[in-house]
Design a protein around this ligand. Structure first.
Ligand code: SF4
Ligand code: SF4
Length: 289
């Protein structure tokens, strides 16, 4: 079972929920797909055993073969290639914008002159490790690199279907999040009871409904703010699977890189219950189809 943990905005406690859920269960693989700012390792403290380069295959044009037909520019959905046709006997040229390229391979596949080959552009690193019996994988995007979905996709190739997989997704509702949560059996949406929390929860719910991924809500710092998030969940018939009240102790242990369950052991049962509820919702959803 693949459970992704997402939130419409950063700072809601998404990683806290993902990490504590993982530490409360057995036979887990943890994937930190928040590649712009991975921080689950601070709490899980895995022993990294393997590092591998992450890359995007970007086109390289063989100008000697190129007929400047414009086909590559036409097929590139990301405007990463521009073809300048020849003029008045001047040879044309092809410009590639590597930082816009998603490495989809369409241009090289469809070039009628086979004038495009691919070269790997380094975008970051993937680190693989373990802690006790938990498998751990995370990615680190290079500083200044804008293209995180290819790295997230590359990370997800490490998914081990024999384990319960917990994915810590990037915050927000854009491409990197969609790439991270796509294919999950269930998604936990972590939010907080504030107007910003509600606004971003509504956006995240829209995304998950489009992707047809069953989901439930965790409200962090549930005793501060207002009751609008709960009202919204009720009105939309969305299960609130857990509430974590604000606690100075939890905040301090977070700042020290210590998971909640290490500070307050009663939380382990709460996270196990959270998992059991997820399984129940998932099997109910399965029985409907
Ligand atoms: S599709 Fe091939 S031949 Fe046509 S412009 Fe692009 S690189 Fe040149
Ligand atoms: S590989 Fe895909 S995204 Fe990159 S330039 Fe070619 S068509 Fe565009």
């Amino acid at each position: 079972m693949i459970i992704s943990v997402a939130s419409g905005k950063g700072g809601t406690g998404k990683t806290t929920v993902a990490v504590n859920l993982a530490l409360s269960l057995k036979n887990i693989q943890f994937l930190d797909c928040d590649v712009e700012e991975p921080n689950a390792h601070i709490f899980l403290k895995p022993l990294i055993k393997e590092k591998t380069e992450a890359y995007i295959p970007v086109p390289e044009i063989d100008e000697a073969k190129c007929a400047h037909c414009g086909r590559c520019q036409e097929v590139c959905a990301y405007h990463a290639i521009a073809v300048l046709p020849g003029n008045n006997g001047q040879k044309g040229s092809v410009l590639v914008f590597p930082h816009l390229c998603h490495g989809c391979g369409a241009c090289s596949l469809l070039c009628p002159q086979t004038a495009i080959k691919e070269a790997n552009r380094d975008t970051g690193v993937i680190e693989i490790g373990e802690r006790n019996n938990m498998q751990f994988v995370h990615g680190r995007l290079n500083v200044g690199e804008a293209m995180s979905p290819p790295l997230v996709r590359q990370l997800k190739k490490y998914i081990n279907p024999t384990r319960t997989v917990i994915i810590d997704a990037p915050p927000g509702t854009s491409c990197p999040v969609i790439t991270a949560v796509k294919g999950s059996d269930f998604c936990l949406l972590v939010t907080e009871p504030t107007p910003f929390g509600l606004n971003d929860l509504i956006l995240a719910v829209e995304v998950l409904r489009k992707l047809k991924i069953p989901f439930g809500v965790v409200i962090n710092r549930s005793d501060i703010g207002d009751g609008k998030v709960e009202e919204y969940c009720k009105q939309e018939n969305m299960p609130i699977l857990m509430k974590i009240p604000f606690s100075r102790e939890i905040a301090v242990s977070y700042s020290e890189g210590m998971p909640i369950i290490k500070k307050d052991a009663s939380y382990q049962d709460k996270f196990i219950n959270l998992y059991l509820n997820i399984r129940a919702i998932k099997s109910e959803a399965n029985s409907r189809y």
